[in-house]
Design a binder for this molecule. Sequence first.
Ligand SMILES: *Cc1c(COP(=O)(O)O)cnc(C)c1O
Length: 365
Amino acid sequence: MKFNDVLENLTNYEAGKPIELVVREFGVKEKDVLKLASNENPMGTSKKVQKALKKAAAHAHLYPDDSMFELKDALSSKYKIKPENIIIGSGSDQVIEFALHAKTNSKNAILVAGTTFAMYEIYAKHTGAKIYKTQSKQHDLDEFSKIYKEKKDEISVIFLCIPNNPLGECLDRKDVYKFIQSIDKDVLVIIDGAYNEFATFKDSKKEIKPKDLLDKFSNVLYLGTFSKIYGLGGMRIGYGIASEQIIKALSKLRAPFNVTTPSLVAALEVLKDEKFVEDTLKNNLKEMKKYEKFAKKNGLEFIPSYTNFITFLFKKQDSSEICDKLLRQGIILRNLKGYGMNAIRITIGLPKDNQRVLKALKELL
Ligand SMILES: *Cc1c(COP(=O)(O)O)cnc(C)c1O
């Protein structure tokens, strides 16, 4: 059967290996599997969320509130913006999909960092758009500007991942604002803030404020997710914040009931659980230092991280081999070979998790 041409150069996103797979393939007991591969929250699910979900279970027969009034209201208060500036997606992934379907086609292109979140490229390819990447793996705004000027007729969307997944580096807010100022108003600049809460906690110069973006620019879309710091990866819920004009355009692509009732309930509840968020931030910063210390002591290169993961770069060892050996012990990490790097990305876990990872790593070095 013949399919659309765009499918020919499409590959699936390589997701972190699920716990069940390690249990099945390597006979590791489920309780002994440690997954630090997808930047999920090691604190688990907020107790408040768990309670609210039990209550919501009795209403599973009803369609969700498609206006998503309560969650939009809560996000409006949090960011001091209007509900009309918000779109909710089944993960912020879905908002990326809406944005690319709204702005790209086979005649134009997107511009991204050399090594960044793979879904930008995948969704752009759905539309037949071209992908321009900077030579540098990490975000380099001078290089972004150079390519933008050269390919101005083609580029319709620019992605800045602040901080960047899977490398962990983070641009300063003032440089980002200056860069956006230099971009044509018809180009959509997408700021992916999936880990911005972690960056802000470490260094306030990294904080991207959606309200600032709205006040200053008509062509920026900010993305937030409940999958990382809020510990709701399994609920698939995220959001986009932009001018009313952009939100209206993206909303045309949103199918009704794209977010389930439990997801809406969970997101609303976790926004109220400030302690859960605070504990997550504190654990992350404290435990990150242990990985940095380990790397320095063992001559490993690492990228200073503003996220909830750290990327170790290997010279002597092979990252695939290390990941494979750890997997057999039940430790799931993210090999970055697929990104053309001899590197491993490790999600920061609880103290006992990190101790186990570092001990196992030490034995392999
Ligand atoms: C995790 C992640 C997302 C979105 O995740 P969802 O689960 O779809 O909300 C977006 N961007 C980056 C960079 C991420 O790491």
